[in-house]
Design a protein around this ligand. Structure first.
Ligand code: NI
Length: 151
């Protein structure tokens, strides 16, 4: 099911999201709906609060593949990159954000199994952007030169 993407101004985007404790059908449904919603929106990532659910779940869709991270936590962040960023919850805008160039996270999958992953470059940027959403942070809080996007 395609879900509505919450827009900036909605308090759900400013909440500290709760960890997932039950790896059940409800979580699978959320992840499936987030996938459908993200594919339709053609974005690089989507966090659960963006569909109105304040839990620690994100999806990232990048060159390296489609990823679902439940309860993701940074292990380390290295380097620096600065580049343009947008957000499905801040339509029509883009801004330049400095992010780490390489990050390592630990996370769970929809079954609760634990994994770790290293992401770099744009993938790292997308991971950082989505993890910020879980703490109520929007890229516009960190961006310089927020402007109207071309498309
Ligand atoms: Ni976003």
């Amino acid at each position: 099911m395609i879900l509505d993407i919450v827009q900036v101004g909605d308090p759900v985007l400013r909440q500290k999201c709760k960890p997932v404790t039950r790896f059940d059908g409800e979580l699978c449904k959320l992840l499936d709906d987030m996938k459908e919603t993200l594919k339709k929106a053609e974005g690089a990532g989507l966090a659960a609060p963006q569909v109105g659910v304040p839990v620690r779940v994100v999806a990232v869709d990048v060159e390296e593949g489609y990823f679902e991270f439940v309860n993701p936590i940074f292990v380390w962040q290295k380097g620096e990159q600065c580049g343009p960023e947008g957000c499905l919850s801040v339509r029509g805008k883009v801004g330049d954000v400095t992010r780490p160039s390489k990050v390592k996270i630990v996370f769970q999958d929809r079954k609760g199994d634990k994994y770790s992953l290293v992401a770099r470059d744009f993938f790292a940027r997308a991971v950082c952007h989505e993890l910020d959403h879980l703490d109520g942070v929007l890229y516009t809080d960190k961006a310089s030169h927020v402007r109207d996007s071309e498309d």
